[in-house]
Ligand binder design. Sequence first.
Ligand code: ARG
Length: 585
Amino acid sequence: MQTILEVLESRLHAALTTAGIEVPEGFPVKVVAAADLRHGDYQANTAMALAKRLKMNPRELAAKLVEAFEAEDVADLDIAGPGFINFTIKPEAWSRKAGELVGDARLGVSEVADPKTIVVDFSAPNVAKPMHVGHIRSTIIGDSLTRISRFLGHKVITDNHIGDWGTQFGMVIYGWKNLLDEPALEADPLQELLRIYRAVNALCKEDEAIKDLCRDELVKLQGGDTENFAIWQRCVEVSKVGLNKIYDRLDVNFDHWLGESYYNNELAPLVKALADEGLARESDGALCIFSGETLPPKQDPFKEKRDGEWSDLPMIVRKKDGGFNYATTDIATVDYRLDQWQADKIWYVVDARQGLHFRQLFDVAERRGCSAELEHVSFGTILGKDGKPLKTRDGDLPQLADVLDDAIKASRAVLDEKSNDLSEVEKEELAKVVGIGSVKFTELSHNRASDYIFDLEKMVALQGDTAPYLQYSSVRVSSIFRKLEEEVELDAEGVKVTEEGEINLVRTLSKFGEVLPTVLDDLKPNILSAYLLDLAKAFHSFFEACPVLKSEGDVRKTRLVLCAVTGRILKQGLGLLGIQVPERM
Ligand code: ARG
């Protein structure tokens, strides 16, 4: 189904041809949703932009276009200011749209014409280290981008590149041998591994000798010692069990869990090849790739830092001691994803602080002939109410599981005040759906590039730009259909919007198919979140101004159709953010 925007754009193209105006190659003929509805529903600045290029009078060109435009039953056109063309969609076109939407399983969202294979690398916590709130951003953003891309028709492969190999295992193995509490490990593996890790970390700070012992354990592990290897394996296994519990709560899934260790055997040959290809060279005993060397200054995005981190801080692919790095593994991982999965794009959903690493990685990949599009989907920090990075009372990084528990508790308190007619069991279930939805929506309603303040009370509130507000809107729609006594055929027959509230609602509904694809322009799910809030607002205004169950005939039918499409888009849209909608609240 074409969106209204697409209809207008294609007709604008046609009008240019009819008017005999030659459009320069690559010139964008664009229509956008109007920022101010007083000027119409859509707007095009084509006449102005084109007139400049063709040295014509913009208003005259606009007049020619309006004259040639086959508006028919779609829109009224007028020219404003220096040559804007404004489109006001006719009520009959909106009515048709409502009828189309109710009959469309995809709710007006087309699949992309050119589907890509996209690898999404997200979550990726480190084994035996805390999965903290920084990982929450990655997990939630990555999951939502995955859902949206799949819905738009791309082939998406999700890979949890866990940090299951690294220097932390020296401490963990030492702790495992000396401090492990088996029952505690059974009960809560992540917590117990974390306890060991922290305890040994503290011991190391007090006692150099213990630090050495940890280093010995690490060397043994890397040398293939059977006992240490078995301990490492169990660590990874129990961690996966613990992580999966959290992913289940979050309803997040991965196609693969190819962690860092998966690439261990590839690293030596890879590093040799890098040296042979002349990409890596020795410096201070380490084998390094100097990225800045190959970028001509004009194209160097780190120009101002050329003498700082970008060119002087090389990517180290083999350390002085012969060990390989996070970076080395990531180069091997790119190779694997290109060879095995034929990735067209790889998205790394990782903290902005790893920006340099990814700049270097992408630069190396490009120099090695990688034509896939690699993107660092970076994000900022979650802050406490004091504006500093979020910490627990003890000064630790908050654990993801605790954050979820707190959110569920907070939403339970809100629900206790509100939903009196629900049973204890229902309330408990509902608190989970609302609490976890709140954490996700808070994350996904912020621009990922910015930091945000974690405010439990605000995020579980029923009013405001929150998940509960959207979930409640959906529940309101469901309750209309529960109260409905007759059978209604939800189709286009007799649908006719006339009142402002109806028109405003269908205008918003029809934008779903226009807005959703734009999420992938900059990989920003907050665009979808903002849309859903607009939709809920349009629905509530409609619902106040236009009685549904008290109306009759075609008016009733029309309003029920609008409600049904609203309910379905809210559910679909929230689903694409990984958020569930309850039946009652
Ligand atoms: N384990 C890393 C961390 O916690 C994130 C890994 C991201 N993915 C990657 N391919 N580097 O910081």
